[in-house]
Design a protein around this ligand. Structure first.
Ligand SMILES: [Fe+2]
Ligand SMILES: [Fe+2]
Length: 148
């Protein structure tokens, strides 16, 4: 199991929850209804970022072309996403939550697109398929997924 493919699968699941939230917002759902799904979204997103940072990013840091380019951008964006999530957790007004989420969702989508179109393809060029499989096994252990 290649770790990049695992991350792409996680992006797919996060897109599904993000679409669900967009629909809830468009349907004028109550703040409580929005917060329940939003809480799940933020927890899944945070955990996805932590796994990228703990298992994958250290592997990329040994390549200056990645470290000084796309990896640095991704690390800064993870910090920004953490700040937005912390800010969102303190919001209680539905209109304010929706307003913040409009930008938040754009940020998440843009971050994922950069990983999918730049960081991940570049990483496949620098890291061997065998090593990406080994990292994928670490991902599977962390996620309790059986891949053998
Ligand atoms: Fe990320
Ligand atoms: Fe990601």
């Amino acid at each position: 199991m290649n770790i990049i493919d695992a991350f792409l699968g996680e992006h797919g699941s996060i897109y599904v929850i993000m679409d669900q939230l967009r629909r809830l917002f468009a349907a004028d759902a109550s703040a409580e209804e929005c917060q329940a799904t939003l809480k799940l979204f933020c927890e899944v997103l945070e955990d996805h970022a932590r796994v990228e940072e703990e298992i994958f990013f250290p592997e990329l840091e040994q390549f200056p072309q990645l470290q000084q380019g796309p990896l640095h951008v991704m690390q800064v964006e993870h910090e920004t996403l953490d700040e937005v999530i912390a800010f969102l957790r303190n919001q209680t007004e539905a209109d304010k939550i929706k307003e913040i989420c409009n930008e938040f969702f754009e940020l998440v989508a843009s971050h994922f697109t950069k990983e999918e179109q730049a960081l991940f393809p570049m990483s496949r060029n620098f890291i061997s398929a065998e090593r990406l499989d080994e990292l994928g096994r670490q991902w599977a252990t962390r996620r309790n997924v059986c891949v053998e």
